[in-house]
Design a protein around this ligand. Structure first.
Ligand code: ADP
Ligand code: MG
Ligand code: MG
Length: 249
C-alpha cells in the first residue's frame, strides 16, 4: 500500500505540493486528474526521488517503508517505477541494450542475478509478445525516430520488464493520438495485478475510458481536493476544472 501523508515539496523556493494526502491500497489503480499547474508532475517526480524537488514536510510510505529517505535507485529496487512524460532519445544505444542495462541494474539492487544476453533476449521476446510489441523495434537506437505509439510501447515494455510493484504514469496526453492512448491503456491493464498498485496521472478523461480506475482523485493547488470512483472522471469531463480554480480541459 502507498500512503502519502501531508506531503509538502518545493522547487526553487516555490512551494508546489501543499499538504497532499493519498492512499493507494495494493492491487488498485488510481487516477489523478486536475488542472494544468496543480502539481501532478511534481508529485510523480517527488515519488521517483528527483533531486530538483525539496520535500519539506510529510511522508511517503510504500509497504510501510519511508521512501523519501531512499535514493532513486533504492526506490527502483523496492519496486517503484515512474514512466516519463518525455522519453529520452539515445542515438548510439540500441533499445535492447538500454533495456538490459536498466533491468540488470534493478535486478542487482534487488539482490537478484543479472540476466545474460541470451537470457534477456528470451525474457524480452516473451514480454514483447504479451504486449504485442514487434521485437524488431528493439534493434533500433532508443526512441530515435520512434513514433509516439512506438515510444509508448517501449515505455510499457520497460515497465513490464522491471516488474515494479508501484507504477506511476505521468501522461500529458498532449500529442497522444487515440492509438497511443490505447497502447498505454492496454499496457496498464495487462500489468494490473493484485500485488501491484498503479497511479495514472492524466489531464483528460479519455485515457480513463480504457483504464477504468478504482478511484479518481482531483488535484488542485498542490493537494488532493476531491476523490471518488471512476464516475468522477466522467463528471469532470462535463464540468471541467473551473470549480477547482483551473481552466476547463
Ligand atoms: P502539472 O503537472 O499539474 O501541470 P507541475 O507539477 O508540472 O503541474 O507544475 C506545478 C507548478 O510548478 C506550476 O506552477 C509550474 O509552473 C511550477 N514549476 C514546475 N517546474 C518548475 C521550476 N523548475 N521552477 C519553478 N516552478 C516550476
Ligand atoms: Mg502541466
Ligand atoms: Mg504535468
Amino acid at each position: 500500500m502507498l500512503e502519502i501523508k501531508n506531503l509538502h515539496a518545493r522547487i526553487e523556493e516555490k512551494e508546489i505540493l501543499k499538504g497532499l494526502d493519498l492512499t493507494i491500497p495494493t492491487g488498485e489503480v488510481h487516477a489523478i486528474m486536475g488542472p494544468n499547474g496543480s502539481g501532478k508532475s511534481t508529485l510523480a517526480y517527488v515519488l521517483a526521488g528527483n533531486e530538483n524537488y525539496e520535500v519539506t514536510e510529510g511522508s511517503v510510505k510504500w509497504n510501510g517503508e519511508e521512501i523519501l529517505d531512499m535514493e532513486p535507485d533504492e526506490r527502483a529496487a523496492t519496486g517503484v517505477f515512474l514512466a516519463f512524460q518525455y522519453p529520452m532519445e539515445i542515438p548510439g544505444v540500441a533499445t535492447m541494450t538500454f533495456l538490459r542495462t536498466a533491468v540488470n541494474a534493478v535486478r542487482k539492487a534487488r539482490g537478484m542475478e543479472e540476466y545474460s544476453t541470451p537470457e534477456f533476449m528470451k525474457v524480452v521476446r516473451e514480454k514483447a509478445n504479451e504486449l504485442q510489441i514487434n521485437p524488431e523495434m528493439l534493434k533500433r537506437p532508443l526512441n530515435v525516430g520512434f513514433s509516439g505509439g512506438e515510444k509508448k510501447r517501449n515505455e510499457i515494455l520497460q515497465m513490464s520488464l522491471l516488474e515494479p510493484s508501484l507504477c506511476v504514469l505521468d501522461e500529458t496526453d498532449s500529442g497522444l493520438d487515440i492509438d497511443a492512448l490505447r497502447i498505454v491503456a492496454e499496457g496498464v491493464n495487462a500489468l494490473r495485478s493484485e500485488k501491484r498498485s498503479m497511479l495514472v496521472i492524466t489531464h483528460y478523461q479519455r485515457l480513463l475510458n480504457y483504464i477504468v480506475p478504482d478511484r479518481v482523485h482531483v488535484m488542485a493547488d498542490g493537494k488532493v481536493v476531491r476523490s471518488g470512483d471512476a464516475d468522477l472522471a466522467l463528471e469532470l469531463e462535463e464540468t471541467g476544472y473551473a470549480e477547482f480554480g483551473g481552466k476547463a480541459a
